[in-house]
Ligand binder design. Structure first.
Ligand code: GAF
Length: 365
């Protein structure tokens, strides 16, 4: 059997570093994504990546550390399905993605979710009896590759709906599509790829996770999600460590911003979301401390050019910034960002406007 599946990358509209705190996020899928083709046969597991221009071949008995990192993402779903008791015969997986690598647009979730979706189809697994794809794709990143990410990226890549952002409660994993058709409102989401490459694998991401866990432990709650907005000040007064206080303030206020954003979008007040985007950026810059000068510059340039709001999206330390701008002001906003970067002697950023795409799907049986 053979199957082909597509899974999208994402931008996160708001709700950063809240997922591993059992909190709320509001990402949307991009139209960009990864296509995985799976064909059963041969005498090994073969992974081929068009972007890496590389191919590896391993026996099903091999362990992930015998493969290069890119191939662990491709072969991860095979290992984990096999570990869950599903026989995965020799096969060939080819992946081809147009999500820029290291830009904070979830190229890895797109890759893993496309492979997992194609694999389930090629093996003709009963979707109701097959291992849960969300748990499996997240475990590829956490257990096979070893990055302690929080699950938002895989969740939106699997469940996104076209024309909608996806509100997610990362504790219950309940999701709700929230209408997000900016063009109908005369608006656009302008994404600026600063080309400062981020890597979740770097210690800073794990460091923020560990800090949040430590703060939750000291506050006696299961996760920072359990500190409600009105409990923030009393909670802060119980922490004597300034670094932990800042982490808590970001997570608690960010969860509130997500909920407020959803309320505003559902009330048709999309322009009012801009201020929350900018507040989220300030919180990431000043409290969570995950921005870098290039993303701060892009945010300032967008807001200076009239954007309703702007923020970094994704894990941080580089990557992309998004701005909520009037449709007719997109070129002006792009020009302002390019000018600011040129003036600062920085690499020219890439820009594109994003609309909300659909989630993972089989495109060919
Ligand atoms: C990365 C992680 F993969 C997500 O789980 C999430 O924590 C995000 O950073 C920050 O919001 O994309």
């Amino acid at each position: 059997m053979a199957a082909r599946a597509f899974a999208p990358g994402r931008v996160n509209l708001i709700g950063e570093h809240t997922d591993y705190n059992d909190g709320f996020v509001l990402p949307m899928a991009l139209e960009m994504g990864c296509t995985a083709s799976v064909r059963l046969g041969g005498n090994a597991w073969v992974a081929h990546s068009r972007q890496q221009a590389a191919e590896v071949s391993v026996q099903p008995t091999a362990t992930p550390d015998e493969a290069p990192v890119w191939a662990r993402y491709v072969l991860g779903p095979l290992w984990l399905l096999q570990r869950a008791g599903v026989e995965v015969p020799p096969l060939r997986v080819e992946v081809d993605s147009d999500v820029p690598l290291g830009a904070g647009l979830s190229s890895s979730a797109a890759l893993v979710c496309s492979v997992a979706t194609a694999l389930v189809a090629a093996l003709e697994l009963d979707p109701d009896g097959a291992p849960d794809l969300l748990a499996l794709t997240r475990a590829v990143e956490n257990d096979v590759v070893g990055v302690p990410t929080g699950g938002m990226d895989q969740l939106v890549s699997l469940r996104a709906r076209q024309g909608h952002a996806l509100w997610c409660d990362m504790r219950s994993l309940v999701t709700r599509p929230v209408p997000f058709d900016l063009a109908a409102d005369g608006l656009a989401l302008l994404v600026v790829d600063t080309r400062v490459s981020h890597r979740n694998a770097d210690g800073a991401y794990a460091d923020r996770c560990a800090g949040c866990q430590e703060a939750a432990r000291r506050l006696g709650v299961r996760a920072l999600r359990d500190v409600a907005g009105e409990e923030l000040e009393p909670a802060l007064s119980r922490l004597d460590d300034e670094v932990l206080r800042r982490l808590v303030r970001h997570v608690v206020t960010e969860n509130e911003r997500v909920l407020r954003t959803v309320e505003l979008l559902e009330a048709g007040r999309t322009r009012d979301v801009g201020r929350l985007l900018s507040d989220s950026h300030s919180s990431m810059r000043d409290d969570f401390r995950i921005t870098v000068s290039e993303v701060d510059l892009a945010v300032r340039a967008l807001v200076g050019a009239g954007a309703h709001g702007a923020r970094m999206t994704g894990g941080g330390f580089g990557g992309c910034v998004l701005g909520l701008v009037e449709s007719q002001a997109v070129q002006e906003a792009e020009a302002a960002v390019l000018h600011a970067f040129a003036h600062a002697g920085l690499t020219t950023p890439a820009t594109f406007t994003a609309s909300a795409g659909g989630g993972a799907r089989v495109v060919d049986g």
